[in-house]
Write a protein that binds this ligand. Structure first.
Ligand SMILES: Cc1ncc(COP(=O)(O)O)c(C=O)c1O
Length: 394
């Protein structure tokens, strides 16, 4: 069949299976509300957990830095794109998460790709939680090592695989907070097992950085585990930090290896200086305004108490990510439409992003939500129509 016909057929199949993906162009600045096609909705699906993506301190830092230094960094870090402001950001990130050294990447996806590729060779092992983020899974697929997965959160299963393995070098990677489930990795157990089996541990804390732990340094801080000594931390800067990019932190010897070998770092243009400036401003807010985290936590608690009483198929999550399981893709799409009609914007998450039969709506909570916003959401979730949809899934 010619290319064009094949593609049209593939598209038809996706539409029939209710997994056709569509983008919606929003018409306002990021915030608790979202405007699509002229209609305003409450936004319950962004990762802007602390309301920083449109914060004046970040915008001002970005604008001033653009005026001083221009828009582009004009080269990769190892040519001449590494500016003083990138270095300042790396130093600040390292100090903030308590690591010897940190380096910034253009995206979290690229940061994840870099680790197995840098540290592992053919015959080595990369072991992953089955529900890790796609960028970690891709990192495992794209490197030369063997990729294995353990059952979700099952540290015993991970241990069995590691003890059986005779790979020369082993890497275990896990989300800190699982991006589509909201639950958290058993970091104490995993750290212990990794030390016992001389396995390098990479914690992707895209959804923990800025919000978890006493100072907002993330899941490792929350578990009182030091970043270093065989533990690498990845944080993304486009979520709670309201900016863009990512970083990896750990002992200097590991970060130096990444600078030498990470292809997704070496062969790409450095982040614009304005983005580095905005991120610096975000870290200052993490430090000076703990009340944002407190507000986020009280919003999560408020929502969680209400949802527990509704007996919907809510996943067991204590974080800002609060998914409700609906089963098949069509039901998830119908739930999304239903909520949209009530002025709420919440996306359906369908296979292949999540396993078949576990389509869901993924609610995310922010410190910017008011109690009345949460009440509106809870009321919509309590409607008879919504209950009928979730009962079908049970
Ligand atoms: C757990 C996790 N890791 C990595 C990424 C990728 O980060 P970025 O958007 O900076 O590429 C994301 C989301 O985008 C994520 O949810």
């Amino acid at each position: 069949m010619p290319w064009r016909e094949q593609l049209i057929q593939q598209h038809r199949n996706r539409v029939t299976a209710k997994i056709w993906r569509e983008r919606q162009a929003t018409q306002n600045a990021v915030g608790r509300e979202l405007i699509v096609k002229g209609k305003t909705y409450l936004n319950f699906c962004s990762n802007d957990y602390l309301g920083l993506a449109n914060h004046p301190a970040l915008s001002t830092a970005a604008i001033e830095t653009t005026r001083e230094r221009g828009t582009g960094s004009a080269a990769s870090h190892l040519i001449c794109g590494h500016q003083e402001i990138h270095q300042e950001l790396e130093n600040k990130l390292a100090a903030f998460v308590g690591a010897e050294k940190a380096m910034v990447f253009s995206t979290g996806y690229m940061a994840n790709l870099s680790v197995p590729q840098t540290f592992l060779e053919r015959g080595d092992l990369v072991l992953q939680d089955r529900l890790n983020h796609a960028s970690l899974i891709d990192a495992g697929r794209f490197c030369e090592a063997n990729l294995k997965r353990y059952r979700h959160l099952d540290s015993g299963h991970a241990q069995t695989i590691l003890l059986k393995s005779n790979a020369n070098k082993k890497l275990l990677t896990t989300d800190g907070v699982f991006s589509m489930d909201g639950d958290q990795a058993p970091l104490h157990e995993l750290t212990k097992i990794c030390r016992q089996t001389e396995t390098l541990l990479l914690v992707d804390d895209a959804h923990g950085f800025g919000v978890l732990g006493k100072t907002g340094a993330g899941s490792l801080e929350q578990h009182e585990i030091r970043v270093g000594n065989g533990v690498l931390m990845l944080g993304t800067l486009g979520k709670a930090a309201g900016s863009f990019g990512a970083f990896i932190a750990g002992d200097a010897v590991y970060i130096d290896s990444l600078i030498q070998h990470a292809r997704s770092y070496i062969y790409t243009t450095a982040l614009p200086p304005s983005i580095a400036a905005a991120t610096l401003a975000a870290i200052e807010i993490f430090q000076s305004e703990p009340e944002r985290r407190e507000k986020l936590n009280s919003n999560i608690e408020y929502f969680r108490q209400a949802i527990d009483n509704l007996h919907l198929n809510a996943l067991d999550s204590k974080t800002a990510i609060q998914p409700i399981l609906l089963g098949d893709s069509e039901t998830a799409l119908r739930a999304t439409k239903l909520l949209q009609q009530q002025g709420l914007w919440i996306t359906a998450i369908r296979p292949p992003t999540v396993p078949t039969g576990t389509a869901r709506i993924r609610i995310t909570i922010s410190s910017e939500h008011r109690q009345s916003d949460l009440d509106q959401l809870i009321e919509a979730l309590s409607s008879d129509a919504m209950r009928t949809l979730t009962e079908t899934a049970q």
